[in-house]
Design a protein around this ligand. Structure first.
Ligand code: HEM
Length: 260
C-alpha cells in the first residue's frame, strides 16, 4: 500500500511537472501578445468566461500539487519521514484542496480594480511570507547538511524547487487577486513599471526553465534507452528552452514602462 501510494504520488509529480513545463511555452506565446495591445485584449476576452476561469483554476491544481509534493520530497530527504508516507500524502492533498478552494473564492468574487480589493493584497503578502518560511528553512537546512556532494545537479534541482515555491505560487496567486491583474493590458504594464518586478520575473523565467528542463531530461532518460532519437529529442528540448527564454527575456526588457 505504502509503495503504491508513493508510486502514484511520484507519477502525479511527473505529470504536473511536465504540464507546467509545457504551459510555460504557451504562457510566453500568450504574453508576446502584449506587443499588440488590441490583439492582447482579444486574446484575454477568450478567457473571460466560465471555461477560461476553469482552465486558469485547473492550472492551480498542477502548481499547488507539484509545489507541496516537492516540498514533501525534499523534507523526506532531509529528515527521513518515509514511514509517514500516508500522513504526508494527506497533508499534501489537504494543502492543495485548501489552496484551490481559496483560489476559487478569489476568482469567483474578483472585481476589476485594486482599490475595490485592497484587503486581498494584504492577505496575499502575509500569506506569501508565511508560505515562504518552510522552503526557506529547508533551503538553509540543505546548505547546513552540505548539499554540494556527489549529486550536485540533483541537489540544485531541489534548491531551485524551493525557490520556485515562492516565485511560482506567488506569481499565480497575485495574477488572480483581481480580474485585471492578470488580464488587463494597462494593469499588467503598471505592475511591470517597476524594474524590480521585471528582474524578479526574469529570475522566475530562468529558474523555472532551468528546473523544468533538468526534470524533463531526467524523465526522458527514464523512459527512453540511449539512442539517436533520445539525443534528438533532448537537443530539441534544449533548443526550444533557449529560444523561449530569449523570447521571454526580450519581452521583459522591451515592453514599455507605461501604457500611455
Ligand atoms: C513550485 C515549486 C516547485 C517545487 C517545490 C518543485 C520541486 C521538485 C522536486 C523536488 C523535483 C524532483 C522530484 C523527484 O525527486 O522525483 C521536481 C521535479 C520536476 N519538476 Fe519541479 N518543482 C517546482 C516547480 C516546477 C516548475 C515551475 C516546473 C516546470 C517549469 C517543474 C518541473 C519539474 C519536472 C518536469 C520535474 C521532473 C519530474 C520527475 O522526474 O519526477 N517544477 N520538482
Amino acid at each position: 500500500m505504502k509503495r503504491e501510494l508513493g508510486f502514484y504520488m511520484g507519477l502525479a509529480h511527473r505529470v504536473s511537472g511536465l504540464a507546467l513545463f509545457l504551459y510555460l511555452f504557451m504562457h510566453i506565446v500568450a504574453l508576446r501578445g502584449l506587443f499588440d495591445p488590441p490583439g492582447f485584449e482579444k486574446e484575454m476576452k477568450f478567457l473571460d468566461n466560465l471555461f477560461g476561469l476553469l482552465i486558469e483554476w485547473g492550472l492551480g491544481a498542477a502548481i499547488f500539487y507539484h509545489a507541496f509534493n516537492g516540498v514533501r520530497l525534499i523534507a523526506i530527504e532531509l529528515f527521513g519521514q518515509e514511514g509517514r508516507q500516508k500522513k504526508l500524502f494527506w497533508g499534501v492533498l489537504a494543502a492543495m484542496v485548501a489552496a484551490l478552494a481559496l483560489m476559487g473564492i478569489f476568482m469567483a468574487t474578483a472585481k476589476d480594480s485594486y482599490e475595490a480589493q485592497r484587503a486581498r493584497f494584504g492577505i496575499f503578502w502575509v500569506g506569501l511570507a508565511l508560505l515562504s518560511a518552510t522552503p526557506a528553512y529547508l533551503a538553509v537546512e540543505m546548505i547546513r547538511q552540505k548539499m554540494l556532494g556527489r549529486h550536485t545537479v540533483w541537489k540544485i534541482q531541489r534548491l531551485t524547487g524551493l525557490i520556485l515555491v515562492t516565485l511560482v505560487v506567488g506569481h499565480y496567486v497575485f495574477m488572480h487577486l483581481t480580474f485585471n491583474t492578470g488580464h488587463d493590458y494597462k494593469t499588467i504594464l503598471e505592475r511591470m513599471s517597476s524594474p524590480l518586478v521585471r528582474a524578479l520575473d526574469f529570475v522566475l523565467l530562468v529558474v523555472a526553465y532551468g528546473h523544468g528542463t533538468y526534470g524533463v531530461v531526467t524523465i526522458l532518460k527514464d523512459y527512453l534507452k540511449p539512442s539517436l532519437a533520445r539525443k534528438a529529442i533532448e537537443a530539441a528540448v534544449y533548443l526550444s528552452v533557449v529560444v523561449f527564454t530569449l523570447l521571454g527575456a526580450s519581452l521583459l526588457w522591451s515592453l514599455p514602462y507605461s501604457a500611455n
